[in-house]
Design a protein around this ligand. Structure first.
Ligand code: 26Q
Length: 837
């Protein structure tokens, strides 16, 4: 290993002692100038704002690092239990604004920059999003670690430092075009590389059994091709509490001997080039948000994350406790973000048994009392399965361990249900068939002490459906943790005007105790307050339009008083962007027919990325764009109806979108969206929801009341009951307006020069096998949209409902979610960090 830690446990005072950095605008200005002039070597002739952003980021990063070290030491001193959040995705977005907010230096920074003739807002726009995630699951991880730091919980995030994050999306001729997102091109001021914590990861090779002098068998995994995992640490500040936690992201690099072997054989260029194989592992994020099964590189990524993180935790443990693992489970817990890191169950067994010499039983007790698993999907096709043959090739020792876990587990099942062969086959970690597969969710359940879903309905469906057998065996393992979002980013930072009005009205406690928003309820009746609320919403709508104009260059007029109707999320058939588009076409058809009674002007915004290999999702993007082109250019339509497809939807875009949204579309087929979290961001920012009884929508409606929520569509039970005799053609036959909509698509009205391009889309929704039952919910959706318009016509009433939505969004803070994870799963004690320095 190239770098070693200090030999002495106490670093020399002269290098460890640093002066405390100030938070005043003067102190910030001094450091800014220093970085700008020296580290970055620029002067006033430099035209690029990038370097000003960079100097500011470095200035603030130092302040975080300083607090991070104090937090680390406070945890060490408290010798407290810790939790580790293992996730293949952390969709962090931008860091600068959030860091300033949490450190409480917004005003100081604004002033410092102002005095240098710089505009803070312009600088923040120079920061690229850290797009290290696909969507909900990755953003949830980011909101979670924000709340952990705010609640002063000793939690470390472990993830991968992808060189390329989520692809950028542009639209060419109505179609999605993907480009790689080299987000690290200009460096990353927020991270610190820590070579001294590098870990070695094994791949390939084979296993050998040796018997020691006591007759005990030991397995060694040899002949491997090793890769190094180098950690990069990113500071995660709590909200104004002195705590700065750590997010540790692993980058894969080649070992030195990796190159050397071939170098000695005389093939210098080949050997240097072979570094690529290792470095490829963390090169790119997989852009699917439903599992893409079978890719060896993905398995390498997952194993690298699990192995490096576990070795890191164990190294720290040994540094303190030596090889005594008796207290390990009492002091450490790992939360698995879906099955993606679930190989950690087998890897912890391997490390404890093979490397640290524990017996199987003790190792299993430790593992199964240390791991906790969160499921994020009910779609059976999205459950991860890995072929046994791939595992054998890549991770032969882990396969043996999984077989052993399975044998012991099936013996338990068999003892509980003697002779129930069908049950054994159902519950086995190995799925038989033409090819054997490992069921990763079952590995995660068997190896964990807690299994949770992410909203009440979802957790119930896991227990009664997908994981029923396991629930029968271990009812107490199962629990629910309804998702949330961090109110710092998703209200305070993205909607400062609304936040200020709220603070002025009810004080500032809501930022860390979101239930206090309830105090806004009486103000819904106050017309002066309503006017201020409405004005802020209108201003946010204007800002949203300005943003869109600068990004996409809209060449038509938009009525600022129109209903801003928004659906932004990954493009998926189950999320039913199609249902939304069918409704838009229906409105277009009505306007063309002159049936505009009770209509309000409406601006529909759709945004989201399609997985590059998901044919139907890409067709939906194309349809949305084609329909938009026809409607937006039609002079008969004017400002009555606009459809905008917003390209390259991402975290920083949502921060501009949610404050300016009137209506939030949460229209998935009931029983398919595990939770949703965009729904919560919209609600918090005073949007009303039109939604099905799915995921967290159910709880949103419970909180805000049915009067302030637009419910439509089949329930989950009804969807399942209808499935066996679903007849979309019969539904279409009875609905003129639906016929007209489908006919417009069919006859090529939205594809004049591209005949037949939407045939597959039409066939899918007309099929009795359509799992998403779009046609079944069309009528209910259209009728409910009419109720939306009626409500919107009465602006006073709408604003009241808007206020009530924000006022009742308190449940959906990740502070509440994380408090529940901690009380019921992790059981950590908060550690107060001295912040008076
Ligand atoms: C797996 C294997 C190979 C390649 C990719 C994947 C993969 C990657 C990402 C599979 C799934 C995901 C992401 C899933 C996800 O975002 N799920 C969402 O999680 C949210 C947070 O709990 C919920 O609110 C959403 O309902 C759920 O869809």
């Amino acid at each position: 290993m190239p770098h070693r830690r200090f030999k002495s446990s106490k670093p020399a005072a002269s290098i460890a002692t640093l002066k405390t950095l100030g938070l005043t605008s003067t102190a910030l200005t001094t450091d800014f100038k220093h970085y700008y002039g020296y580290r970055l070597g620029r002067d006033e002739t430099c035209q690029s704002l990038h370097y000003a952003y960079e100097a500011l980021a470095l200035t603030i990063s130092d302040r975080l690092t300083e607090r991070g070290k104090r937090t680390y030491n406070a945890y060490k001193q408290a010798d407290c239990k810790r939790a580790y959040y293992l996730s293949m995705e952390f969709l962090m977005g931008r860091t600068l604004s959030n860091a300033m907010l949490n450190l409480g230096i917004n005003d100081e920074t604004t002033y410092a920059l102002y005095s240098l003739g710089l505009d803070l807002e312009e600088l923040t726009e120079n920061e690229p999003d850290a797009g290290l995630g696909n969507g909900g699951l990755g953003r949830l991880a980011a909101c979670f670690i924000d709340s952990c730091a705010t609640l002063q919980l000793p939690v470390v995030g472990y993830g991968l430092r992808y060189e390329y994050g989520m692809f950028t999306q542009s639209i060419v001729n109505g179609e999605q075009v993907e480009d790689p997102d080299h987000w690290l091109r200009n460096g990353n001021a927020w991270e610190i590389e820590r070579l001294e914590y590098t870990q070695r990861i094994k791949f390939g090779g084979h296993t050998e059994i040796h018997t020691d002098e006591h007759g005990h068998a030991h397995v060694s995994w040899v002949g491997t091709q090793d890769v190094l995992a180098v950690p990069f640490d990113v500071p995660i500040p709590g909200y104004r509490n002195g705590t700065v936690n750590n997010l540790r992201l692993w980058k894969a690099t080649a070992t030195e001997e990796f190159n050397l072997q071939e170098f000695n054989a005389g093939d210098y260029v080949e050997s240097v080039a072979s570094k690529n194989t290792a470095e490829n592992i963390t090169m790119v994020l997989y852009p699917n948000d439903a599992s893409e099964n079978g890719k060896a590189l993905r398995l390498r990524q997952q194993y690298l994350l699990a192995s490096a993180s576990l070795q890191d935790v164990i190294a720290t443990w040994i540094g303190r406790h030596g090889e005594d693992f008796s207290e390990f489970a009492a002091k450490n817990t790992f939360q698995l973000n879906d099955t993606h890191p679930s190989i950690a169950v087998a890897e912890l067994m391997r490390l404890l048994v093979d490397k640290h010499g524990l017996g199987w039983e003790q190792a299993w007790r430790i593992t199964s009392q240390t791991m906790a698993y969160t499921n994020h999907t009910l779609l059976p096709e999205a459950l991860e399965r890995w072929s046994v043959s791939l595992f054998k090739q890549l991770l032969p020792r882990l396969l043996e361990i999984i077989y052993e876990i399975n044998a012991r587990f099936l013996a338990k099942v068999s003892a509980r249900w003697p002779g129930d062969v069908a049950r054994l086959a159902r519950m086995s970690l190995i799925e038989e068939g033409h090819e054997q597969h490992i069921r990763m969710a079952y590995l995660a359940i068997v190896g964990s002490y807690s299994v949770n879903g992410v909203a009440a309905l979802h957790s119930k469906l896991l227990q009664q459906g997908l994981f029923r057998d396991f629930y029968e065996l271990w009812p107490n393992k199962f629990n629910n943790k309804t998702n949330g979002v961090t109110p710092r980013r998703w209200l305070a930072s993205c909607n400062p005007d609304l936040a200020e009005l709220i603070t002025e009205t009810i004080g500032e406690g809501w930022l860390t105790d979101l239930k206090l928003l309830k105090k806004l309820e009486p103000y819904a009746e106050d017309s002066a307050f309503r006017k201020r609320w409405h004005d802020i919403k209108q201003q946010a709508k204007q800002q949203l339009i300005d943003y869109k104009r600068s990004e996409v260059g809209l060449d038509f007029e938009i009525n600022i008083n129109a209903l801003f109707d928004v659906q932004v999320k990954r493009i998926h058939e189950y999320k039913r962007q199609l249902l939304n588009i069918l409704h838009v076409i229906h409105l277009y058809d009505r306007i063309k027919r002159g049936d505009t009674a009770n209509m309000v002007d409406r601006c529909v915004i759709i945004g989201g990325k399609a997985a590059p290999g998901y044919f139907m999702a890409k067709k939906i993007v194309k349809l949305a764009n084609n329909v938009a082109n026809v409607i937006n250019q039609d002079p008969d339509i004017g400002t009555r109806l606009k459809l905008i497809f917003l390209p390259n939807y991402r975290v920083s875009a949502m921060e501009k979108i949610c404050p300016g949204t009137d209506l939030s579309e949460q229209i998935s087929t009931a029983g398919k969206e595990a939770s949703g979290t965009g729904n919560m961001k919209f609600m918090m920012n005073g949007a009303l929801t039109i939604g099905t009884l799915d995921g967290a929508n159910i709880e949103i409606r419970e909180e805000v009341g049915d009067d302030n929520f637009f419910l439509f569509g089949l329930t989950e039970d009804q969807v399942e009951a209808l499935r066996s005799n679903y007849d979309p053609l019969a539904i279409i036959a009875q609905d003129d307006e639906l016929q007209r909509v489908l006919n417009l698509i069919e006859c090529g009205h939205f594809s004049q020069f591209e005949p037949g391009i939407f045939d597959a889309v039409l066939a899918s929704i007309k099929s009795p096998q359509d799992p998403w039952m779009t046609i079944a919910d069309f009528r209910s959706f259209v009728d409910t949209q009419k109720r939306v318009e009626e409500a919107y016509q009465d602006q006073e009433r709408w604003t009241k409902m808007s206020i009530l939505n924000t006022a009742n969004s308190g449940k959906f803070s990740t502070d509440r979610t994380i408090a529940e994870y901690n009380q019921e799963i992790w059981k950590l004690t908060p550690v107060v960090v001295d912040n008076k320095f």
